[in-house]
Write a protein that binds this ligand. Structure first.
Ligand code: 15L
Length: 272
C-alpha cells in the first residue's frame, strides 16, 4: 500500500500540526493549500491549489493512499462563504478520491455538527446519541460533510472517518476547553489511527483528549486504535483562577457546541 497522504488545508492550524507529526508515523505527505506551505520538509510534496477546484483536487489525489481533508473555514461565517468553502470543498475531497481511486478519506468534522446536543445527566455522550444538531451555518456544513461521507461509503465503498474535533489548539485557553481540548500530539494520534484502522467503513468519532472533565465518549475513537496521551487538567488551576468555575447550567457548558449555541453566533453577526 502507498503511504502517501494528500493533506488539504495543510498550511492551517491543524495542518501544521499534522505536517509535523504524520511523517514521524511513517506517512509521506502531499500538502495542499491555497497559500504555499511554509518550510516544506525534505520529501514533502507541496501544491498550491484550491480544494474546491475538482480538477486540481483529482490531479492532486492521484497515487495517494488517503485524503485527509482539513481545508475550509474553521468557524462561523456567512452562508455563501460556508457553502462554498466547506460544502463544495468536502464534495471535491470525496469526489476527487473516487475519481483517483483513493480508498480512504479522513474528514475534519466538528463538535458543532451536533452543537445543540445537551450534556447528558449520566455517563459520557456517545456519537450514536448525538445525531446531527448543528449550532451554526458552520455546524450545518459539518453535518453535510458527514452526510457526504456516508454517501461515498454506501455508494462507492470508500472508507470515510469523520472526526468531530473538539478544541484543537496548542493548549486550552477557556474553561470549556478543559473538557473539549484535543492536544496537538493527540491530533496526530487520532488522524494516524483513522488512517490505519482496518476497514472502518463509515465512522464518526469525537476528537478529544482524555481530559479529566471530558464528557464526550472515547470508545469509538479507541476502537479505531486511538490512544490519548494528554489531559487538559494541568491547565485547570490557572484557567479557573482567571475565569471562575464553570457553571453547569450555562449553555456554554451544558451543550456540546458551547459558545456557538449563544446569541453571539446569530446570523446578524455573520453577514456578507
Ligand atoms: C471548531 O470546530 C473550530 O474549528 C474551532 O475554532 C473551535 O471553535 C472549536 O470548534 C471549539 O468548539 O472549541
Amino acid at each position: 500500500m502507498s503511504d502517501l497522504v494528500l493533506l488539504t488545508g495543510a498550511a492551517g492550524r491543524i495542518g501544521t500540526v499534522l505536517r509535523g507529526g504524520l511523517p514521524e508515523r511513517g506517512w509521506a505527505l502531499r500538502s495542499l493549500d491555497v497559500v504555499p506551505v511554509p518550510d516544506p520538509r525534505p520529501g514533502e510534496e507541496h501544491l498550491v491549489a484550491d480544494a474546491t477546484d475538482l480538477a486540481a483536487m483529482a490531479e492532486a489525489a492521484r497515487g495517494a493512499a488517503a485524503v485527509v481533508h482539513l481545508a475550509g473555514i474553521s468557524g462561523e461565517s456567512t452562508w455563501p462563504a460556508i457553502r462554498h468553502a466547506n460544502i463544495d470543498g468536502t464534495y471535491c475531497a470525496l469526489e476527487s478520491a473516487r475519481l483517483a481511486g483513493v480508498p480512504r478519506v479522513v474528514l475534519a468534522s466538528s463538535n458543532h455538527a451536533t452543537g445543540y446536543t445537551p450534556r447528558p445527566d449520566g455517563g459520557p455522550l456517545r456519537e450514536a446519541d448525538a445525531p446531527p444538531r448543528p449550532d451554526t451555518y458552520y455546524g450545518v456544513s459539518k453535518v453535510a460533510m458527514e452526510a457526504l461521507g456516508s454517501l461515498y461509503v454506501d455508494r462507492y465503498g470508500l472508507d470515510v472517518v469523520c472526526l468531530r474535533i473538539g478544541s484543537a489548539f496548542a493548549e486550552p485557553t477557556t474553561v470549556r476547553q478543559l473538557a473539549t481540548w484535543l492536544s496537538p500530539a493527540d491530533t496526530v494520534s487520532l488522524v494516524d489511527a483513522a488512517l490505519r484502522a482496518a476497514s472502518p467503513g463509515f465512522s464518526v468519532v469525537w476528537g478529544v483528549s482524555d481530559n479529566t472533565r471530558r464528557w464526550w465518549d472515547l470508545s469509538a475513537a479507541e476502537a479505531l486504535g486511538y490512544r490519548s496521551d494528554d489531559d487538559a487538567e494541568q491547565y485547570a488551576a490557572a484557567l479557573i483562577e482567571a475565569h471562575g468555575e464553570p457553571d453547569p447550567t450555562d449553555p456554554v457548558h451544558a451543550r456540546v457546541g458551547g459558545e456557538y449555541t449563544t446569541a453571539a453566533f446569530d446570523a446578524e453577526n455573520f453577514q456578507a
